[in-house]
Design a protein around this ligand. Structure first.
Ligand code: NAD
Length: 487
């Protein structure tokens, strides 16, 4: 595999005020390649002072350049940013594969579409407007304005670093805000490439700043008095900390958090379609997908056939290094993640469930010191087991059974999360009853997880609030001003 960017010992810099700079402290950290367990690259490690510098640069750009542009000018800049990203689609694919461990056959297609999300917001920002209101007071003309919030702090997780960063940057800038991106310290490489694209597109200095590091610079963005909004994607525990800290400063928030989504297979379901959706969610990104359906809730009559067919599919999965063309499932992202998931499976067995693993990895020399796990199912699971309730974030799903429609829906809702759900049935009335009753931000009927930039995505309950994707993400990055004009 050849890279079009150079991996040297020189740490990847921060992007502050349009300049590629080192951290003030001079500190650096390493990111690992999960397929090999070797060091992938080194990054400048931002501290609070660097977060402050980035916010100051974003503030200057908001007050003097980006924040003063017409919508059309902003749209043109974003199209240039999209072009710079598209020109480096192959680099992004390599970066995601080496940093996250997602197979190259998948990232190469995914990253061809990365720029589309920027173009989507470059387009719809031109239609952003307030409205004229017919208020009851005849002495007033009344209208609303959609204004930018100011500076947005964007904090992203490690599982889809390129896409999730773009889905925050694009609407924030499209709405007229400036931004500081703080990607996960576990997979920072694609955000370092996005910083290069921002420079290549000549975005006004300070419009987009990128600082690498962990909780320290992240929390500084959350508490900084000049930051007006935090858009965070990550775990619910971190989300709760951010919610509390941001509340102190009355900051606007989008929180995209964890999930434990159900896949409900009714007795009249298309079995093959349901198995395909379950299989995909087990294997895709090694199960490290927030909206993956990890609770397979199957009508008792279909249970045995469903499990047998799913097992057949899982046994055939080719697990291997992410950079190899025929790999279907790569490693999980880190040794810590691998060990934590293995611990969860042991816990499921202690709780009385049966754990089945489907691919033999022992003795596979090609896997070296990478962080590999076989796809697994937890059979005979109960809804009160810890492994059915907690997000495991790996290639593992629990299988539960039910007898009546009401029981199935009750099981689907028996979670503190509410990110997504999938329902398989050939009965449209049953499908609509499920849609109405299931508490989740996205419900798919007769399809597994389907996301696209033009449809809103975001959770209910402990999965957070606010929307990413679609026009709602753009609206969430604005504030509404009401003008009451005496006639
Ligand atoms: P995480 O919560 O550990 O970290 C997320 C980000 O927050 C990282 O950039 C991290 O450095 C930063 N951070 C950590 N502590 C912080 C603090 N105290 N203050 C400010 N920033 C802090 O999450 P993760 O392990 O990187 O990602 C996995 C989680 O993300 C899973 O729970 C998954 O469900 C969730 N996720 C949700 C969605 C969604 O759209 N709902 C999408 C992808 C991932």
């Amino acid at each position: 595999m050849t890279t079009h960017f150079t991996m040297t010992d020189t740490p990847w810099p921060l992007l502050i005020g349009g300049e590629a700079v080192a951290a003030e402290s001079g500190q650096t950290f390493e990111a690992m390649n999960p397929s090999t367990g070797a060091v992938l690259a080194r990054f400048a490690e931002a501290g609070e002072a660097d977060a402050d510098r980035a916010v100051a640069a974003a503030r200057k750009a908001f007050e003097t350049t980006w924040g003063t542009l017409t919508p059309k000018a902003r749209s043109r800049y974003l199209m240039r940013f999209a072009d710079a990203i598209r020109a480096r689609a192959e680099d992004f694919a390599l970066a995601e594969t080496m940093d996250v461990g997602r197979p190259i056959s998948i990232t190469s297609t995914e990253m061809e579409g990365l720029a589309d999300s920027v173009e989507y917001y470059a387009g719809i920002l031109l239609g952003l407007s307030g409205e004229t209101l017919n208020v009851s007071d005849p002495t007033l003309a009344d209208f609303t304005l959609r204004e930018p919030i100011g500076i947005c702090g964007l904090i992203t997780p490690w599982n889809y670093p390129a896409l999730l960063a773009v889905l925050k940057i694009a609407p924030a800038l499209a709405a007229g805000n400036t931004a500081v991106l703080k990607p996960s310290e576990v997979t920072p490489l694609s955000s370092a490439l996005l910083a290069e694209c921002a420079r290549e597109a000549d975005l006004p200095p300070g419009t987009l700043n990128v600082i690498h590091g962990g909780a320290e610079p992240g929390m500084r963005l959350v508490t900084h008095p000049d930051v007006g909004k935090i858009s965070f994607t990550g775990g619910t525990v971190t989300g709760r900390r951010i919610f509390q800290a941001a509340g102190h400063g009355m900051k606007r928030l989008t929180l995209e958090l964890g999930g434990k989504s159900p896949l409900l297979v009714m007795e009249d379901a298309d079995l093959e379609a349901a198995v395909e959706a379950a299989f995909t969610d087990n294997v895709r990104n090694s199960g490290q997908v927030c909206a993956a359906c990890t609770r397979l809730i199957v009508h008792r009559e279909l249970h045995d056939a469903f499990v047998a067919r799913l097992e057949e599919r899982l046994r055939g999965v080719h697990v291997g290094p992410a950079n190899e063309k025929d790999t279907q499932m790569g490693p999980v992202v880190s040794a810590a993640q691998r060990d934590r998931i293995a611990g969860c499976l042991a816990k499921a067995e202690e709780e009385g469930a049966e754990v089945r693993r489907y691919v033999e990895l022992e003795g596979r020399d090609d896997l070296g010191a990478g962080y590999y796990l076989p796809p697994a199912l937890i059979l005979n699971a109960r809804s009160d087991m810890a492994t059915t309730r907690e997000e495991l974030f790996g290639p593992v799903q629990s299988v539960l059974t039910f007898d009546t429609e009401d029981e199935g829906i009750a099981l689907a809702n028996d979670t503190e999360y509410g990110l997504a759900a999938a329902v398989f049935t050939r009965d449209s009335g049953r499908a609509m009853r499920a849609v109405r009753q299931i508490r989740a931000g996205t419900v798919c009927i007769n399809a597994g997880r389907k996301v696209s930039v033009d449809a809103p995505f975001g959770g209910f309950r402990m999965s957070g609030f606010g929307k990413e994707r679609g026009k709602d993400a753009l609206l969430d990055d604005t504030q509404l001003k009401n003008v009451r004009y005496a006639l």
